[in-house]
Design a binder for this molecule. Structure first.
Ligand code: 2AM
Length: 218
């Protein structure tokens, strides 16, 4: 029916509770503020600015848009493959409106996006569509072989003109690369460089983020 076709959301996901949004946002800002002052970062600054400039303010470089969330299924109001099946899944129905505890283990930055990797538990993986990582194999060779749930992330910001869908692709791409060069021990954790402006910080202490499983209609 028409109602069924129009009642699917833009996406399902875990939405961080508002106090947690502040905590995660501040940690991300702290990281960006420190990262752009590091000599190791400045050495590769052309990845972000081109040849023209030798300084970048990463806090200004990235824009934040929606409420912080971890997308589980992008439905595009029912137009995306598997959207209807996902919405009908009993685990999805049962979990709708419940609060989960997400573990944010890594922060990553590229010239396009900044995000936090989410390490899903077995229970949380039940809400993760099994074919997510396979869908990107064409654009990112090797991503289909990554463990299910590898793409799980929270978009923290995008460079001007970049759509948030890019954050998950940037994460998958980093995960298909050999481990990056260890460049620095920061207060928050150890920083590695993966080439072409790709940086990853393994958090010394994962951030535990309370988040409500729900959907966004827009
Ligand atoms: P994100 O999960 O990386 O932040 C609305 O655009 C939300 O849906 C954003 O959170 C966005 O990316 C996600 N999104 C948009 N298009 C998508 C796609 N094709 N696949 C997966 N997620 C998508």
């Amino acid at each position: 029916s028409l109602l069924e076709e129009t009642s699917l959301p833009l996406y399902f996901g875990w939405f961080l509770l508002s106090s947690v949004q502040v905590k995660v946002g501040c940690t991300a800002m702290d990281f960006l503020k420190t990262l752009d002052t590091l000599e190791a970062f400045k050495k590769h600054i052309a990845d972000f600015t081109g040849q023209a400039e030798n300084e970048v303010d990463l806090e200004q470089y990235f824009e934040t848009k929606e409420t912080l969330h971890c997308t589980t299924k992008f439905c595009n109001y029912g137009k995306a493959d598997g959207a209807k099946e996902y919405a009908k899944n009993p685990v999805v129905k049962k979990s709708y409106g419940s609060v989960f505890s997400l573990s944010l283990t890594t922060l990553f930055v590229t010239p396009r996006t900044v995000g936090a990797r989410v390490s899903l538990t077995e229970e949380q993986l039940q809400l993760w569509p099994a074919d997510t990582e396979k869908e990107s194999e064409e654009g990112i060779p090797g991503s289909a072989s990554l463990p299910v749930g590898s793409r799980a992330h929270i978009t923290l910001g995008c460079a001007a003109g970049v759509e948030p869908v890019q954050t998950g692709l940037d994460l998958l791409q980093i995960l298909t690369l050999p481990e990056g060069e260890a460049v620095e021990e920061m207060e928050l954790g150890s920083l590695r460089y993966y080439g072409e402006g790709r940086w990853m910080l393994s958090l010394r202490e994962p951030i535990c983020a309370a988040a409500c499983f729900s959907s966004f209609y827009g």
